[in-house]
Design a protein around this ligand. Structure first.
Ligand code: NAD
Length: 303
């Protein structure tokens, strides 16, 4: 099918690439020209603006880095909302249910359907087409794009209620955020006491403590100290804040979530929004006076 794709970053690029490889006709747009060039080289048409794309295709997908970017691209001046041909806007970004509902309402007034479709599984999942895709919106529109979304991952229909895909995604990312900081605290505890972190991670992964941080993030990006998993701390903190807001809005006070939220605020203050989120271990190491992993493989105390 003909698809417009806006936002060609860490997630958008591999998702758009897979859609091209599956035979879909893509027109792409990103504020960074270099990001567009990479896809044009693979056969995509370069769009000149969001509006131009929405004038030409019925289905527009987006993978954008902030709530404001999704709001602007969908409903701002020169946005999808002004397109002549567009019928549906599929937002693959994580923006929380309140923003999703706001965008849904604005688009609905112009007869454009929003399919809220946040994804989970990271850059690796986007490259392999193994993301979890959590779609909410009208069932008929979901059916119309289900096969195309199947190219980027396993597609789940969460419900017709606007924003419910986002609620699902925030529950998932709260767990991912928790796994990262909880595993960091567990491994730092072991290293402080003299255990080898590589052995610890192997044991955890053979035992009941296994989680996505111990299984994927520690072996790839923490133990080698490359901190290059491909998800920015700023984006993780955005998701944790959105999860806390969602809980508050539902009248819930969640103790684990609040502690996890406080820890991630320390990480963003200490490491900055652009750091990779696996750097979450660094302030925990600093407070304990140890360094985990590195070229020596084993543990060593910080000087
Ligand atoms: P990114 O910063 O790498 O990419 C965003 C892209 O959007 C950039 O290329 C940027 O130039 C472009 N952009 C920004 N504003 C724009 C605008 N107004 N018009 C057109 N292009 C614009 O971010 P990412 O890591 O790819 O994440 C995108 C979304 O996916 C976020 O909502 C994030 O939370 C979510 N997500 C990311 C991951 C991950 O592992 N990186 C996993 C799951 C979900």
């Amino acid at each position: 099918m003909e698809i417009g794709f806006i936002g060609l970053g860490k997630m958008g690029f591999p998702m758009a690439r897979r859609l091209i490889e599956a035979g879909h006709k893509l027109t792409v747009f990103d504020t960074q020209k270099a990001a567009m060039d990479r896809l044009v080289a693979l056969g995509a048409k370069a769009g000149t603006s969001v509006k131009e794309i929405a004038d030409e295709v019925e289905t527009v997908m987006a993978s954008l880095p902030s709530l404001q970017a999704s709001l602007d691209v969908a409903t701002g001046k020169g946005g999808v909302i002004e397109g002549k041909r567009v019928k549906r806007f599929i937002d693959l970004s994580t923006i929380g249910s309140q923003m999703a509902v706001r965008i849904h309402d604005l688009l609905k007034a112009r007869n454009i359907v929003q399919l809220d479709s946040p994804v989970s599984g990271g850059v690796g999942g986007a490259e392999k087409g193994t993301l979890a895709v959590m779609v909410s919106g009208p069932r008929a529109d979901f059916e119309a794009v289900k096969d195309a979304l199947g190219v980027i991952g396993k597609v789940f229909f969460i419900g017709e209620k606007p924003g419910s895909g986002q609620t699902m995604k925030l529950a998932n990312n709260f767990l991912s955020a928790t796994a990262m900081v909880a595993t960091s605290e567990a491994v730092v505890m072991g290293v402080k006491s003299g255990l080898d972190p590589a052995v610890m991670v192997d044991v955890i992964n053979a035992g009941s403590g296994m989680n996505t941080a111990s299984r994927d993030k520690f072996p790839k990006s923490v133990l080698p100290r490359s901190f290059d998993f491909g998800f920015a701390t700023g984006l993780m903190v955005k998701d944790v804040r959105l999860a806390l807001e969602e809980m508050k809005q539902l009248g819930l006070s969640m103790e684990v979530a609040e502690a996890v939220g406080r820890l991630w605020e320390v990480v963003i203050r200490d490491q900055g929004a652009e750091s990779d989120f696996t750097a979450a271990i660094k302030p925990i190491e600093k407070a304990a006076g140890v360094v985990v992993g590195g070229s020596g493989k084993g543990s060593h105390a910080a000087k």
